[in-house]
Design a protein around this ligand. Structure first.
Ligand code: FMN
Length: 370
């Protein structure tokens, strides 16, 4: 018989000290199939594992005897001043792991002065989350089949006070998620994409055997570059593309007047066998130039990871799975603690590496390996 699940904790155990600890603890708080859906990646998880492996291979070049008394993690992201170079990545369905869902996450983000990107697939409405969120508020858009409905989501986000629009471009369809399939993951009753309840009925596609269910089916509804251009005409919100790994695509985005890019492989959840985000980052930085806003996610779970990403050209990072693990373990206080751990680890890394400000972290902050 499986052990009964534990209710969310009301205090953080003294031995829970790192972000990775939350993944272990979370398994006692959420059903196995849900855990597998969250933790898993695409295919054989080659990309998922590579995200960590490539971060681990990087080494920091420490400098001693530096005056760090004026140290700060404050940074400028587009027109926003952030307390630290981290944001919660858009992650669907927080109510999968905690009754309060995104409300608890938003409360924690506010207290820790950390921005939050709210998913199209949030399990609490974008308006209710916005009302709780007192730190940078970004909305993540998945294009919908109907342009009118897509636009209605964007207009709702504007009205709710979101300042930036992330368009996720690397997941027009799900990757091959064998791990979630083996665990028989299904969305539990009571958890749904509440922002989409008014979505118009999709016409039921009739396929003949000569057609591909992917190319003529699902992909016939997914956005292409021209759709991004169309949306640029429809909103005042700066648009940020999430899920770019190719320097060629990055350059195209810059030429189109996109405001920023999130270098990401969706946490290894879409196409398997693509590069880790951290190894794509330097070539993308080179393609877009020195001052273009670049964020990175996929695999970040230590302050030293944040440091490495900044050293390779990211302006900030996003945190994905750890927000769900910490939410499962201890609700808002779990998410708050997880963010505090990351922030302190980053501060310690900066102090011990002799780089007291975000601007002082550069490629010279990494050990050059031959
Ligand atoms: C359970 C889960 C749900 C996600 N939902 C979304 C989503 O709705 N929109 C989106 O753009 N990215 C989504 N992502 C991807 C994250 O934004 C992010 O790219 C990824 O989790 C980063 O990797 P990390 O989990 O290693 O930090 C999701 C990721 C997970 C694990």
């Amino acid at each position: 018989m499986s052990t009964p699940l534990k209710a969310p904790l009301t205090a953080i155990p003294a031995e829970l000290v790192s972000v990775a600890d939350y993944a272990r603890y979370a398994q006692q708080h959420i059903p196995h199939a849900i855990y597998e859906y969250i933790a898993g990646g695409g295919g054989d998880e080659i990309t998922l594992n590579r995200n960590r492996q490539k971060l681990d291979e990087l080494l920091i070049h420490p400098h001693v005897l530096t005056d760090c008394t004026q140290g700060s993690t404050q940074t400028q992201i587009l027109d926003e001043t952030w307390r630290h170079p981290m944001m919660l990545a858009p992650v669907a369905f927080h109510r999968l792991v905690h009754e309060q869902g995104e409300i608890a996450t938003a409360q924690a983000a506010s207290v820790l002065e950390t921005g939050m990107a709210v998913s199209t697939l949030s399990s609490v409405s974008m308006e209710k989350i916005a009302a709780e969120l007192d730190s940078p508020k970004w909305f993540q858009l998945y294009f919908q089949q109907s342009r009118d409905f897509t636009l209605s989501l964007v207009k709702r986000a504007e009205a709710a006070g979101y300042s930036k629009l992330i368009i996720t471009v690397d997941a027009p369809l799900h990757g091959i998620r064998n791990r979630a399939q083996r665990a028989k993951f299904v969305l539990p009753a009571g958890v749904e994409a509440v922002n989409l309840v008014d979505r118009p009925e999709l016409p039921s596609a009739a396929f003949d055997a000569s057609q591909s269910i992917v190319f003529q089916g699902m992909m016939s509804e997914t956005p292409i570059w021209q759709d991004i251009e169309w949306l640029q005409q429809q909103t005042e919100m700066p648009i940020i593309l999430k899920g770019i790994l190719s320097p060629i695509d990055a350059k195209k985005a810059v030429d189109l007047g996109i405001a920023g890019i999130i270098v990401s492989n969706h946490g290894g959840r879409t196409l398997d066998c693509i590069p880790s985000a951290i190894e794509a980052l330097p070539v993308i930085r080179q393609a877009v130039g020195e001052s273009f806003p670049l964020l990175l996610d996929s695999g970040i779970e230590r302050g030293t990871d944040v440091f490495k990403a900044l050293a390779l050209g990211a302006d900030a990072v996003m945190i994905g799975r750890p927000q769900l693990y910490s939410l499962a373990v201890a609700g808002a206080i779990g998410v708050g603690h997880m963010l505090r751990v990351l922030r302190e680890e980053l501060e310690v890394a900066m102090a011990l590496a002799g780089t007291p400000t975000i601007a002082s972290i550069s490629s010279a902050s990494l050990w050059q390996q031959n």
